[in-house]
Design a protein around this ligand. Structure first.
Ligand code: SF4
Ligand code: SF4
Ligand code: SF4
Ligand code: FES
Length: 889
């Protein structure tokens, strides 16, 4: 695809001068004339133009006069040339544009009263601006609506054939799901192959369609765009931190839109991937509207006053009788920064215990702690901009298009616009692997071995950076010795990847000027995830990519605010600002600020230890905020026993979850759409969350509940608004709300390489014992799929239609054939922990010997097949990779 230098600042082209309406301007030669004009501040009519892809030139609206040409020219497809004299205004141009509008309207239905785009339609605006009143011989196409897709309806009567939907899907999303197709005597936009649309359902085609030709099946005929209240907020699905608009009428969310739309078609190409955007769970009928207190007859609704009285009475009694360490708290990283901060303050300052943890413990802490330890950085090293501009991207253990759709657009942009090479090492042929220059299928669960193979190959092939390794000769010597002990035979057997492929990949990575590593659950949520991140640091260090600008090591967090949870110190080993809880000075600082004495360090009091202490009867009260450990953790962890053992199980959640059903008191919390506050995205950028709706019935934002509890428990936490909490955080962590800046992040590995490295490195390259694969030959992974995020999205009917709970085990078709199985055949899946029975589903993208089950559903309870291995350094529990045997029933 040709590039537009104006919006791709890195593209080289000579600078030229031309004149726009008498004004001299400079531009790069060969760029779209429309771009040059819009950079002078003039916005001339345009319907088929969008800054995210190259001009298409179909609508005929962007007409200008160029000296020397007799007729008006389409400025979007015209190229800027030196000395051009361009005129953008005048009666002749007005009439020519008016004619173009009339041409569109002659075959257009006058559906405006019932059209979803009414009041938000570019064609309507153009007709109005050009005074199009009388249409003689209008002949609407009279086509039936194409309703074959599960989510989007296509009304080709309204289509102006601008191609924006097709172009954005092809060029930006790189999905290429749509095409023009001639049938019924006219041109239609259809899903490729003229069938029902099955795609990533990103919504970009709907967002950019300048008219009402593509509509959302779920909100059609329900609203008029101008009747909706629009609130800009931050998406709570993943950690990408997308800005979006929640559009509401009364108490209902009608639709969620992104800033990427035809209303926002004049942008910077470098921001193409920004702001893409079912939030049906927000107004789900299953929401909790009142506090619930368990009685002999079951749950009874209670007023807040009564419920809080019960909670406070029991907490005080437990603390008085057993001490503060009889109480512990766990919170979801889907809460705002302000809530996360207040929660740990409540537990530490008001209750007096350090037994506090968040869902960042499920993996992200492996990354932040390892990177802090090795390089003094506690978050992703590279922002979106650096990902986009990398020459080589190394993706390991991530299905990025499914888990972080917008971060994946950055990767796609790097490949498509900037020609980056991508090495994608996964056990599934993921969407991003299909676009990669170097897709590398590796055995499921072998990510760490694969990284070690890369390090070994870098050392053996002398792909090391001299400056980096000579600055730390002892560390390098220790690394060389460590990798020498690993045999290629073992590495190849474990990763299923031959040495040559590993060498090719590491050569590409090592020789690139700007190389970025992106990993995710396949590293951070696996056994020894902490060591896995350090293996990646080794790779970056020896190849000179740890401290070089534009390079770095990154792990994608799963939940919306995992980075915030770590930054706010919701972990027994951390204080806000990622200060170490064991550091006396840091503790003294917070004790002074909070006017309390802080409990002594108890770094081991993490999620799994807290559950163990519950089982042992040492913890009597467990406060769960948005966490549903019963649905998340495998049965082998004894989670049910822990929850059933405590005297007070307090659950705070928008829904009554599996865990909530065991609770003694349930407090109704709001969703992010009813909250004020901030999320920290994966780049470390703090984004605002704004309330689009009043709280559902009696539900309250989590921060309000924490503040009320703290105050009643005797530690005044009198905040009137989330901003009051923000002010407190700002005082304690100056600059936190700018954390996205400064970029680039500077890694400082010198101390680590000098002090701890030699002592630690051998252990993380030890071959270890091989799991017995003969008895259980299949590798089962439990992971995310695009349309779901955690368990919340399974309450959204639209998302459930897109990806329903099928209870099927996805397997490679050749494996199915070998076991004489067909689609939907019943099988028994047996692990060391037990067996479940379910049906099969072929999936060509899975490597042989591997199978997959989406983690959002637990029907049948497949997660209970997992054994849980706790990381020796970070206590992160790993349970998403299971060795199983499969037999036909
Ligand atoms: S697309 Fe625009 S002009 Fe056409 S019916 Fe809808 S609102 Fe009216
Ligand atoms: S929803 Fe996204 S992926 Fe699907 S057709 Fe539209 S632009 Fe393409
Ligand atoms: S469906 Fe919309 S975006 Fe696609 S070609 Fe038609 S008018 Fe343009
Ligand atoms: S914007 Fe130029 S032809 Fe449509």
């Amino acid at each position: 695809m040709a590039l537009k230098p104006v919006t791709s600042p890195d593209i080289e082209a000579p600078t030229i001068r031309l004149t726009i309406d008498g004004q001299q301007v400079e531009a790069k030669q060969g760029v779209s004339l429309y771009d040059v004009i819009s950079q002078t501040g003039k916005i001339i009519p345009a319907m088929c133009y969008h800054y995210t892809f190259d001009p298409f030139g179909s609508c005929g609206m962007c007409l200008v006069m160029v000296e020397g040409k007799k007729a008006p020219v389409r400025s979007c497809t015209a190229k800027a040339e030196a000395g051009m004299q361009v005129r953008c205004e005048g009666e002749d141009l007005f009439l020519a544009r008016k004619k173009a509008v009339e041409k569109h309207l002659t075959i257009h239905p006058l559906d405006c009263p019932v059209c979803d785009a009414d009041g938000h339609c570019e064609l309507q605006d153009m007709a109005f601006q050009h005074g199009v009143t009388n249409l003689v011989n209008a002949k609407p196409k009279g086509l039936p609506e194409d309703r074959r897709s599960l989510v989007l309806d296509f009304n080709m009567n309204r289509c102006i054939l601008c191609g924006e939907c097709i172009n954005i899907c092809k060029d930006v999303q790189m999905v290429d799901a749509l095409q023009f197709f001639k049938k019924e005597g006219t041109t239609h936009v259809v899903a490729k192959g003229d069938k029902g649309l099955v795609c990533e359902f990103c919504g970009d085609c709907l967002a950019v369609c300048p008219v009402g030709a593509i509509t959302n099946k779920y909100s059609k005929y329900v609203y008029k765009p101008w009747q909706l209240k629009k609130t800009t907020s931050t998406c709570a699905y993943c950690a990408d931190g997308c800005q979006m608009s929640i559009e509401t009428s009364g108490k209902d969310v009608q639709r969620v839109t992104s800033p990427l739309s035809w209303k926002n078609k004049w942008g910077d190409r470098a921001e193409t991937a920004e702001g893409h955007g079912g939030f049906q769970y927000i107004d789900s009928k299953e929401r909790l509207g009142m506090p619930l207190v368990r009685t002999d007859e079951g749950f009874a609704p209670r007023s807040w006053f009564e419920a809080m009285d019960t909670v406070v009475g029991r907490l005080k009694a437990i603390k008085a009788q057993h001490g503060p360490n009889a109480i512990a708290g766990l919170i979801t990283a889907r809460c705002t920064n302000e809530e996360l901060y207040l929660f740990q303050k409540l537990m530490r300052a008001a209750i007096g215990t350090n037994q506090v943890d968040s869902s960042a413990r499920y993996g992200h802490l492996n990354f932040t702690r390892a990177l802090q330890h090795a390089a003094g950085v506690g978050r992703m090293m590279n922002g979106y901009e650096e990902i986009t501009k990398a020459n080589v991207l190394l993706l390991i253990g991530t299905d990025i298009t499914e888990t972080n759709p917008v971060a994946s657009l950055r990767v796609k942009e790097a490949i498509r616009v900037y020609g980056a090479q991508a090495i994608v090492a996964t056990s599934r042929l993921t969407n991003i692997a299909k676009l990669a220059s170097h897709p590398l299928p590796i055995a499921a669960g072998s990510e760490r071995w694969f990284i070690q193979a890369l390090v070994k190959a870098a050392v053996e092939e002398d792909l090391v950076d001299e400056a980096a390794t000579t600055a730390a000769p002892e560390a390098f010597g220790a690394l060389k010795a460590a990798v020498a002990g690993l045999s290629w035979e073992i590495l190849t057997a474990r990763t299923w990847t031959p040495r040559e492929a590993v060498v090719e990949a590491v050569r590409l990575y090592a020789e690139a000027p700007k190389a970025v590593i992106l990993c995710a659950e396949g590293v951070t949520r696996q056994v020894d995830g902490y060591a896995g991140v350090l293996n990646l640091v080794d790779l970056a260090w020896v190849t000179g990519k740890l401290t070089r600008p534009g390079c770095g090591v990154n792990a994608l967090p799963e939940e919306a605010n995992e980075q915030g949870a770590v930054d706010m110190g919701v972990a027994s080993e951390l204080l806000p600002g990622q200060a170490l809880y064991a550091d006396e000075d840091a503790r003294a600082k917070f004790a002074t600020a909070w006017r309390c004495s802080l409990p002594p360090p108890d770094p081991g009091a993490t999620l799994m230890e807290i559950l163990k202490r519950c089982r042992e009867g040492r913890i009597k009260a467990l406060y769960l905020v948005g966490e549903n450990p019963l649905a998340t953790l495998p049965a082998s962890t004894g989670v049910r026993e822990a929850l059933e053992k405590v005297e007070l199980l307090l659950c705070q959640d928008p829904f009554l979850t599996e865990t909530g059903r065991l609770a003694h008191v349930v407090l109704p919390a709001t969703t992010f759409a009813e909250k004020d506050g901030t999320f920290t995205n994966l780049e470390g950028k703090v984004n605002r969350v704004r309330p689009a709706l009043e709280p559902y019935e009696e539900a309250r934002p989590d921060w309000e509940i924490f503040a009320a509890l703290g105050t009643v428990l005797g530690h005044p936490m009198e905040y009137e608004a989330a901003q009051d909490v923000q002010r407190e955080i700002m005082k304690l962590l100056p600059g936190y709300y700018n954390l996205g800046e400064p970029r680039p992040v500077t890694a400082r590995p010198e101390g680590y390489l000098r002090d701890d490295y030699v002592r630690e490195v051998a252990a993380r390259y030890a071959a270890g014992a091989e799991a017995d694969q003969a008895a259980r030959p299949f590798a089962l992974t439990i992971g995310q799929v695009l349309y779901h995020s955690g368990k919340l999205s399974t309450r959204a009917p639209g998302l459930l239609q897109l990806y329903p709970s099928k209870g099927r085990l996805q397997m490679n078709p050749e494996d199915l054939a070998q076991l004489q199985l067909g689609p939907q055949d019943a099988v028994r899946v047996t692990s060391a922990q037990g067996a479940v029975e379910l049906r099969t589903e072929p999936n060509h993208d899975l490597a042989r010997g591997t199978c997959f089950f989406p983690e959002h559903f637990n029907e049948p309870p497949i997660k209970d097949l997992a054994e849980c291995v706790v990381d020796p350094t970070t206590s992160v529990p790993a349970f998403k990779f299971i060795r199983v045997a499969i037999e036909k029933l």
